[in-house]
Design a protein around this ligand. Structure first.
Ligand code: GLC
Ligand code: GLC
Length: 647
């Protein structure tokens, strides 16, 4: 649908006079000006998006007015310190691209007990250089199984065992004083079945039933299901759950107690905008947009990554830009590589997980070969220069082999067989493995499976320690540092799963916990071991080796402009086992080199010269000097950060 600019102006005028009637005594007028300016600048885009999504509703303008009311009142409620931060971030929109951004993620209860406990751990985070802290969902959720908090019963209340909303506000402010940005989830694809809307829906309230996707018979669910995949096949096949109280099927992409919201209903969009802005006003600087691919459904499609999903995210983004511009979005799209990149744009998600890099790092460790990694990154690492990757080794979720089939064929790899091999390797079904992982959501029909395990366990540290094999211990530590070396230097924000920096192992106790035993992702979500953390200062311990290695990487990011903000170019070292990339800033060039083999490798001198490397290079990791005139000899699993002497 298109509208003329005259019509648009008239709409805007009408909405503005509506606003005036709502807020007759002008709030502090200079403050209000900032809102009005941003509204005038961004409203046309928002209007066009919403017109496409909802223009056919007879009450479209009513919803538009309501949206504006929500935005205005949430703006008025926004605390002054976050308005100040808005002004600051607007003057420096690329703040999240700074090299000082170093991320960490944790479950509050497992890491520190509760929010009070977390405040006491700020010095630990500072020691590591953390400036971005993702706390896993702490909102009110059902007792018992709640998908690790991803089944939200109220976006405005916290799990009482974790703390109160006031404590969260205080924490956000305190973190801010230490230069740490708070990252929380916006779980907006679904609510729990205990959310107020869901409770009303099940009690027969039709308005609330329309907040979800409900069907009276199997007809439509069957039609949809013939085109969609099961996300949690272990839990329930397909995507629907029967509600016998109201005799309806409800859409549940994830667990049966997570009901997908119906974004075809404009009221749902408005309601979720209000929830989002409530979170923004707590002091969230990065909003993790959970499960973005699934928010719009269309019969006859696989109901993932649809154009309307993108328009919706854009619409949320524009609202945030008007009301809370210091907050940026991070996309959680764990889908095919071509689709992941479509969410990354200044007007959608400025940040995105990089699940392709994550999966291919593990792929290269297993195969001791970096050609698929190099090939894929050469094609896909580059994104909009106003955006940034969040690079991680592993998260709270499983590892899926989400590389592109065509990329695999192009380097001579059969993607189907390769995925099977990788799963077998990491779950310990392969004889030559160093890894101790577990399988997640194995689908007997398709043969698909994903992998769970902590970084240390997947890198072979526990196995080596159990075997008392010093050589293998050394190799496993090198694997851990190599993976982190890459995520810290390749460009973007590195994200550490807290516990990985001290080599925490798998936690098998989840099998004895009724709430967790069905979900092997708990294997890699162990309670943080503070005794083990003490050993980070004991020279020679694995904890110490890993921790020091990460501290060194932090210093490297902070002190080298090319690592902090340079451009990335993935290069071919003429050795398949070696992955390498330049980081280039006007004043500095750095070459990072990673040997994925557990054997020594060599890069020929001719290749170094061909890449324009001159004379003397210094490896910032080992401190050694390398002569470009000679070949580059790499130790097993060595990671080097080579700085050209003199610039
Ligand atoms: C996201 C979370 C995952 C959760 C799912 C459903 O993918 O990362 O842990 O199970 O959303 O909310
Ligand atoms: C699927 C989804 C992703 C979710 C994951 C949880 O990969 O695409 O969003 O995090 O499952 O295991």
């Amino acid at each position: 649908m298109s509208v003329s600019s005259r019509q648009l102006n008239r709409t805007l005028e009408r909405l503005e006079s509506h606003l005036r009637s709502l807020f007759p005594q002008e709030p502090d007028s200079t403050e209000w000006e900032a809102f009005e300016e941003r509204l005038a600048e961004n409203f046309p885009d928002l209007f066009h998006n919403l017109l496409d999504l909802y223009g056919h509703h007879f009450d479209f303008y009513f919803h538009l007015e309501r949206l504006l009311e929500i935005m205005a009142s949430m703006y008025l409620a926004r605390p002054p310190e976050w308005k100040a931060s808005d002004a600051m971030r607007e003057a420096d929109r690329s703040w999240f691209q700074s090299g000082r951004l170093i991320g960490a993620m944790a479950y509050v209860d497992l890491f520190a007990g509760d929010l009070k406990g977390l405040r006491e751990k700020i010095p630990y985070l500072q020691e590591l250089g953390v400036t971005y802290l993702h706390l896993m969902p702490i909102y009110r959720s059902p007792d018992g199984d709640d998908d690790g908090g991803y089944a939200v019963s109220s976006y405005r209340e916290l799990d009482p065992e974790i703390g109160t909303v006031d404590e969260l506000r205080e924490l956000a402010a305190e973190l801010n004083q230490f230069g740490i940005s708070l990252v929380l989830d916006f779980v907006f694809n679904h609510t729990s079945d205990e959310h107020e809307w869901a409770r009303k829906a099940i009690a027969g309230d039709e308005v609330c039933q329309d907040y979800y996707l409900m069907f009276d018979s199997r007809k439509e669910p069957d039609e949809y299901e013939s085109h969609i995949r099961s996300i949690f096949p272990d839990e329930h096949p397909g995507c629907f759950t029967y509600l016998n109280r109201i005799r309806k099927w409800v859409w549940t992409t994830f667990h049966t107690y997570q009901w997908d919201l119906n974004y075809r209903n404009p009221e749902v969009f408005n309601a979720m905008v209000e929830e989002m802005l409530f979170l923004a006003n707590l002091g969230i600087e990065i909003l993790r947009m959970d499960a973005v691919p699934f928010i719009w459904k269309q019969k006859g499609t696989n109901c993932e990554n649809l154009p309307e999903a993108h328009s919706l995210i854009e619409s949320f983004n524009i609202v945030a830009r008007i009301v809370a511009p210091s907050m940026v979005f991070k996309s959680e799209a764990i889908v095919a590589p071509d689709e992941i990149n479509k969410y990354i744009a200044p007007d959608q998600c400025q940040l995105s997980y990089n699940p392709l890099l994550m999966a291919l790092l593990w792929e290269s460790l297993a195969t001791r070969n970096a050609r698929l990694l190099r090939h894929s990154m050469q094609k896909r690492f580059e994104i909009d220069p106003a955006c940034a990757w969040v690079n991680y080794v592993r998260s709270h979720d499983d590892i899926g082999w989400g590389f592109d089939d065509a990329d695999a064929w192009e380097v001579g790899v059969n993607p189907h067989d390769h995925r099977r091999f990788l799963t077998a390797f990491y779950v310990g079904r392969h004889e030559a493995t160093f890894s101790r992982g577990m399988v997640f959501q194995e689908n007997p029909e398709t043969g698909d499976a994903r992998v769970c395990g902590t970084t240390a366990s997947l890198c072979g540290l526990d196995k080596a320690l159990d075997d008392g094999d010093a050589g293998e211990i050394e190799l496993s530590l090198r694997r851990i540092l190599l993976l982190h070396g890459i995520i810290f230097t390749i460009g973007g924000i590195p994200l550490i799963y807290l516990g990985d920096e001290i080599g925490m192992a798998n936690d098998h106790s989840f099998v004895d916990d009724l709430e967790k035993e069905g979900d092997s992702r708990w294997l890699h979500r162990p309670p943080f071991d503070w005794m083990k953390a003490e050993q980070r200062t004991d020279p020679g311990t694995p904890e110490n080796t890993i921790h020091l290695g990460l501290l060194k990487l932090t210093q490297m990011r902070l002190n080298n402009v090319a690592i902090a903000s340079g451009e990335t170019e993935i290069v071919d070292m003429a050795n398949e086992r070696v992955f390498a990339y330049f980081r280039t800033a006007p004043e500095q060039t750095i070459l990072c080199v990673a040997n994925f083999s557990d054997q020594p490798q060599r890069v020929a001198a001719t290749r170094l010269r061909q890449l324009g490397l001159r004379k003397v290079l210094v490896d910032l990791v080992s401190g050694q000097t390398v002569l470009a005139a000679k070949q580059l000899d790499l130790e097993p699993l060595q990671f080097l950060v080579l700085l050209q002497h003199g610039g």
